[in-house]
Design a protein around this ligand. Structure first.
Ligand code: ADP
Ligand code: MG
Length: 704
C-alpha cells in the first residue's frame, strides 16, 4: 500500500528516469498523477466485428492483429502512406495513415492493437477502409480489463509517456493507494452537495463504471466529474476568499470623503449627463472609497459604454482628498488617448489639477521632471503605461490606481502595483465582457460593477459578412463614406506579432490600397513593429482627419476613439475571435452618423463554416452574448489568454461555464468557511496542506 503523498518513484513501473521526467512535468506524488485526467474516453466495452463494418458507421473500436503492413512512398516528395491490414476472427480491413512513416515500427506483423475510427469507402468506392484511426498497440501481458472490455480513458501525451503507459500507471496507483485521500472539501460541505469521496471520484473518472454515459463524460458532467469540478472551484475560491478577506479586513486603506458638494462639482465638469448605469457604478465605487479598506473592484462595460469618464471621476475624488492618482493603460496609444480625454475635460473648466504623462517614450528632462513631481507630490494625476510601476518610480502619496483593459494584465502585475502606494484603492476596467460565472472564477477576489447601458444617441453598427467576390462593392461603399468626409479602418490580421511575412502582407496591402484603390486619398499604416512615436504620429494624423483610410494590424483593438470613423473593414475576419471582432467593431459607431462593419472572409474550404460563425456578429451587438458564443466556440484559454490566469490549469472550467450553479455553490461554501470564526486560519491551513501540484497552480494564479 502506498500513501497518496508517496513520491512517484516508489510506484511500480516508475523508475528514477521516469520519476525525473514526471517531476519536470510538475508531477511529484502519486496524488499528482491521479489528477492527470483523461481528455476523452473510448468505448471499448464491446468491440465491433471487422466483418460487420460498413462505410458511414459511427466511430468503431476494433480488437485486431496486424496481418501485414507496408510503407508507400508516393511521387509527391515527403508524402507517405502507411498501410496495415488488420484482422480479427471475422475478417480483415485495410487501414491507412498519411505521413506517419514511423508507424512501420509500431504495427509489426502479429502485433495486437486496438484501433478506433470511422469506417469509410476507399477511393475506388469498393472496400471499407479506416483512414487515420486512433490506435494503441497492446502487449499480450497487458492486463485485460484495463485497456479493453470497458470504457477506456485516453490521456494526452505527458512526459514522453503514451496514453497506454499512463493508463497502466494510473490503474496501478489507484489500486495501491489505501484509504481515502486527505480531505479538501470539508465533510459537511461535501455531504451537503452529495459529493463522493474524492478517491472514489477519481477512480470513476479514470475508469468509469460500465453504465457511465459517454456523452456526459465528454461534457464533464458525470457525478464523479462534478465532484472534481466542485473541488477545483472550491479550492480556487477558497484561496481568493482568503485573499479578499486579507484585503478587506486585515489591511487598512484610505477612507475617502465624498461630500455632496464634491459630487456636484465633479458632475459639472462633464459635457453630458451620466447614464443610469454610470451613476449606479459610481455609487458602488463611492461606497468602496468611503470604506476604510482598500477598494478592489472590477468595472466591466462594453466598448463605448463610458468607462473612461467613470475612471476619471474616481481619480478626481482621490485627488480632492489630497492623494495622488494613477491611470494605467496597456499601450502607449491608449494611455495617450486617456491623457487627452482627461486634459480635455480638465481644461474645459480650468479645474487646475496638476497632471503628467509617463510612458517608455518619455525620457530625458521630461521624465526627470515627472519622476520628481510624483515623488515630491507636485503631480496629482499621472496617466501612463506599465512604465508607471517600474523600479525607480516613487509616489509621495499614491491613493488610487485605475488599470484599464485588465485582460492584458496578469494578476501578478496587479499585486506589484498595489505595493507602490500606501495600500491604494484599485479599480480595474475591462471591456472584455466576461460572463458572470467566469468573472467570479477569475476575479473572485474583486467586487464587480457592470455598466450595462450605452450612452444615448448611438446608432447600431450595420455589420455584414462579405467574400472576395464582393470586394469591389466594399471599396465603393468606403469611397462613398470618404467622399462624405468620413474615415475608414481596414484591419489586417497578424497571426504572430513576430512573423515578418505577416507584416509584409500588411505593408503590401496598404501599398495596394494606396496605389490602386484610393490613389487620390490619404492611406496610412499602423502596425505593432512601429516605434511609439511613429504610431502616435499616425494615430494623431488619423484623429485629425489627415488620413482617410487607416490600415492597421490589431493595435487599434484597444480603445482608440475617433468619432468621425464610420467604416471598419476586417480582412480575414475568420482569423479573429468573436470577442476581438466585437472590440474592433466598437471603434466605429462612436459618432452620430450610421456606421458599417464589413467582415471579409477568404473563399475556399473554411469560408462557409467561418461565415456561419461570424453571422453572430451580424445578429447582435451585445458583447456579453458574443463573449458567451466565443467561449463556447474557442474555449476560455483562447479567449482570455491562458498564462496570465493559470486558466489552462483549470480542468473543469467548461463544466463550470455550462453549469454556473456549481460554481455558485462552491463559492458559497468557500466564503462561508473563511467567514466563520477562525475560518481564515483554517482555510490557510487547508490550502497549505494541498498537494504540491495544487499549491503551484494557486501561486501561479497569484493567490497562493
Ligand atoms: P469605454 O471606455 O467604455 O469604451 P468611453 O469612456 O471611451 O467608453 O466612452 C465612449 C464615448 O462616449 C466617449 O466619446 C465619451 O465621451 C462618450 N460618453 C461617455 N459617457 C457618456 C454619456 N453619459 N453621454 C454621452 N456620451 C458619453
Ligand atoms: Mg475605453
Amino acid at each position: 500500500m502506498l500513501d497518496a503523498r508517496t513520491e512517484l518513484r516508489y510506484l511500480k513501473g516508475v523508475g528514477p528516469r521516469r520519476a525525473d521526467s514526471l517531476r519536470e512535468s510538475g508531477l511529484e506524488t502519486v496524488e499528482d498523477l491521479l489528477y492527470v485526467l483523461p481528455f476523452r474516453w473510448e468505448d471499448r466495452r464491446a468491440f465491433r466485428r471487422v466483418a460487420d463494418l460498413a462505410a458511414g458507421d459511427p466511430d468503431a473500436a476494433l480488437d485486431v492483429r496486424v496481418v501485414r503492413s507496408r510503407l508507400i512512398r508516393t511521387r509527391r516528395p515527403g508524402f507517405t502512406i502507411f498501410e496495415a491490414i488488420l484482422a480479427d476472427a471475422s475478417g480483415s480491413v485495410r487501414s491507412i495513415w498519411y505521413n506517419q512513416p514511423y508507424l512501420e515500427r509500431v504495427f509489426r506483423e502479429g502485433r495486437r492493437a486496438v484501433v478506433f475510427g470511422r469506417p469509410s469507402l476507399d477511393r475506388y468506392g469498393r472496400d471499407v477502409v479506416l483512414e487515420n484511426p486512433d490506435y494503441e498497440t497492446l502487449d499480450d501481458d497487458d492486463a485485460e480489463g484495463i485497456h479493453t472490455g470497458r470504457i477506456v480513458p485516453v490521456y494526452r501525451k505527458l512526459a514522453g509517456l503514451s496514453s497506454r503507459v499512463q493508463r497502466n500507471l494510473i490503474w496501478r496507483a489507484l489500486g495501491s493507494v489505501g484509504g481515502p485521500l486527505a480531505e479538501t472539501v470539508p465533510a459537511p460541505a461535501a455531504s451537503r452537495h452529495r459529493l463522493l469521496e474524492r478517491l472514489e471520484a477519481l477512480r470513476e473518472v479514470h475508469f468509469p463504471p460500465p453504465d457511465a454515459s459517454l456523452v456526459d463524460l465528454d461534457r464533464r458532467a458525470t457525478p464523479a466529474q462534478r465532484v472534481l469540478a466542485f473541488e477545483e472551484i472550491f479550492l480556487l475560491q477558497l484561496a481568493l476568499a482568503v485573499r479578499r478577506r486579507g484585503i478587506r479586513e486585515e489591511s487598512r486603506g484610505i477612507a475617502y470623503e465624498v461630500p455632496d458638494a464634491l459630487r456636484t462639482r465633479l458632475a459639472s465638469l462633464l459635457p453630458f449627463r451620466l447614464t443610469g448605469a454610470q451613476r449606479r457604478v459610481l455609487r458602488e465605487i463611492g461606497a468602496d472609497l468611503r470604506a476604510p479598506h482598500p477598494m478592489h473592484r472590477l468595472l466591466q462595460g462594453d466598448v463605448g459604454s463610458g468607462k473612461t469618464i467613470v475612471a476619471i471621476l474616481t481619480l478626481l475624488v482621490a485627488v480632492e482628498n489630497g492623494y495622488q492618482a494613477a491611470l494605467m493603460a496597456p499601450t502607449e496609444i491608449l494611455a495617450d488617448q486617456h491623457y487627452r480625454s482627461l486634459s480635455r475635460l480638465l481644461d474645459l473648466k480650468g479645474a487646475g489639477y496638476r497632471r503628467a504623462f509617463l510612458a517608455g517614450s518619455v525620457s530625458g528632462a521630461a521624465r526627470r521632471r515627472t519622476l520628481e513631481g510624483l515623488a515630491g507630490g507636485g503631480i496629482d494625476i499621472v496617466v501612463g503605461t506599465h512604465a508607471l510601476f517600474e523600479e525607480g518610480v516613487r509616489f509621495r502619496r499614491l491613493g488610487l490606481v485605475v488599470v484599464d483593459e485588465q485582460h492584458r494584465f496578469g494578476v501578478l502585475q496587479r499585486a506589484a502595483l498595489a505595493g507602490k502606494g500606501c495600500r491604494p484603492d484599485v479599480l480595474v476596467m475591462t471591456a472584455t465582457p466576461i460572463p458572470r460565472s467566469l468573472a467570479l472564477t477569475l476575479y473572485g477576489d474583486l467586487d464587480l460593477s457592470v455598466i450595462d447601458e450605452m450612452p444615448p444617441g448611438r446608432t447600431p453598427v450595420r455589420t455584414v459578412v462579405r467574400g472576395e467576390a464582393d470586394r469591389g462593392r466594399v471599396y465603393e461603399r468606403m469611397r462613398r463614406e470618404i467622399e462624405g468626409g468620413r474615415q475608414a479602418y481596414v484591419v489586417v490580421p497578424l497571426v504572430e506579432e513576430t512573423e515578418r511575412s505577416d507584416l509584409k502582407a500588411a505593408t503590401a496591402f496598404a501599398a495596394r490600397l494606396r496605389g490602386e484603390v484610393f490613389p487620390d486619398r490619404a492611406v496610412g499604416l499602423l502596425h505593432g513593429r512601429m516605434k511609439g512615436e511613429e504610431k502616435d504620429a499616425v494615430m494623431r494624423a488619423f484623429a485629425a482627419g489627415r488620413i482617410d483610410v487607416l490600415v492597421a494590424t490589431t493595435v487599434v483593438e484597444v480603445g482608440v476613439d475617433v468619432a468621425n470613423a464610420t467604416v471598419m473593414v476586417v480582412e480575414h475576419a475568420e482569423r479573429f475571435g468573436l470577442s476581438q471582432l466585437h472590440q474592433l467593431r466598437g471603434r466605429v459607431g462612436r459618432g452620430p452618423g450610421a456606421s458599417h462593419c464589413v467582415l471579409m472572409v477568404g473563399d475556399g474550404g473554411t469560408g462557409s463554416e467561418a461565415r456561419e460563425r461570424l453571422a453572430v456578429m451580424a445578429e447582435t451587438s451585445d458583447g456579453f452574448r458574443i463573449a458567451e458564443r466565443d467561449l463556447e466556440i474557442r474555449g476560455p484559454g483562447a479567449v482570455f489568454g491562458t498564462q496570465q490566469h493559470g486558466l489552462s490549469d483549470l480542468q473543469f472550467l467548461s463544466a463550470v461555464l455550462r453549469d454556473p450553479s456549481l460554481l455558485e455553490a462552491a463559492r458559497e461554501e468557500a466564503r462561508a468557511l473563511v467567514a466563520g470564526k477562525g475560518g481564515a486560519d483554517r482555510a490557510r491551513r487547508l490550502l497549505g496542506s494541498l498537494r504540491p501540484g495544487w499549491r503551484r497552480r494557486l501561486s501561479l494564479a497569484g493567490i497562493g
